[in-house]
Design a binder for this molecule. Structure first.
Ligand SMILES: Nc1ncnc2c1ncn2[C@@H]1O[C@H](COP(=O)(O)OP(=O)(O)OP(=O)(O)O)[C@@H](O)[C@H]1O
Length: 250
């Protein structure tokens, strides 16, 4: 039975991605252990868990950057997912302007050794405008503030026009205006037909998602609607604190 038929049979929305017994590791160190979970299509999924619980590793595996050591990842869409990494993953010395970086989002769409089309360039300008960074287009990425750099990386992800948008802590450490801008852009992307998955330490943001995966020590603790997953009991069990961690904390 296909993923869609399976979902229809049990009356739940189709899965954009189905993980079955997924294990991922770095060399001989396992980072994810036998995860079985689903990412619902046309919805926002928050991946939540303490530092080192495996959130970035799961996003990298979903993006196809790290291969599974066991188990499988079934994507419904054939297109390559778009992965927006944490801004700290970008070197300060990278000799790229913001426009160059966002343009790289269109590279997978070029014919082999082909040039970008006028439509590609329009998409790049449109994505910069959506993130309100058009005035930074000619600035070096490595010389921007953290929030400006993060918006450039999100614009690069959007420019890929992928049906699956994966983001690693896209709003961590940003001011309220930048957070709102990114949250709004992600909401619009979902409304326009994308499936959005983001790792976050921000509980209010996780509560706004449609679906939530809670990880601890590389294992899935719970999956489902955020209010059912992020209960006081789960928080105490996973973070060993009596209350929800503070906004944007670690
Ligand atoms: N490149 C790497 N090489 C070896 N081990 C790694 C590497 N990246 C992550 N790990 C290990 O994999 C485990 C999961 O790390 P991961 O970065 O996925 O966690 P995380 O939940 O995203 O953490 P954080 O909230 O701190 O960003 C950790 O034990 C970490 O030390």
């Amino acid at each position: 039975m296909s993923v869609v038929e399976e979902a229809a049979a049990i009356g739940t929305p189709a899965a954009a991605v189905q993980l079955r017994e997924l294990s991922v590791g770095y060399g001989r160190s396992p980072a994810l252990h036998q995860l079985t979970a689903r990412i619902p299509e046309l919805a926002t999924t928050a991946i939540v868990g303490p530092n080192g619980s495996g959130k970035s590793t799961l996003l990298a595996a979903l993006a196809g950057v790290i291969p599974p050591t066991a188990g499988e990842i079934s994507h419904r869409a054939a297109e390559r997912p778009a992965l927006v990494m944490q801004r700290s993953a970008v070197s300060d010395t990278l000799p790229l302007t913001v426009r160059d970086a966002v343009t790289m989002g269109r590279w997978p769409h070029r014919p082999l050794l082909g040039r970008l089309t006028r439509r590609d360039r329009e998409i790049v300008e449109e994505c910069m405008a959506r993130l309100d960074i058009t005035d930074l287009a000619d600035r070096q990425l490595g010389r921007l503030s953290g929030g400006q750099r993060q918006r450039a990386l999100v614009a690069q992800g959007l420019a890929q026009r992928s049906p699956l948008l994966l983001l690693d802590e896209p709003t961590t450490g940003l001011d309220a205006a930048a957070r709102q801008r990114i949250s709004q852009v992600l909401r619009e992307s979902r409304e326009q037909g994308a499936t959005v998955v983001h790792a976050t330490h921000d509980f209010p943001e996780a509560m706004n998602a449609d679906h939530c995966l809670l990880l601890a020590d590389g294992r899935l603790v719970a999956e489902g609607p955020p209010r059912e997953v992020l209960t006081a009991e789960a928080v105490e069990q996973v973070w060993a604190v009596p209350e929800l961690p503070a906004h944007n904390g670690g």
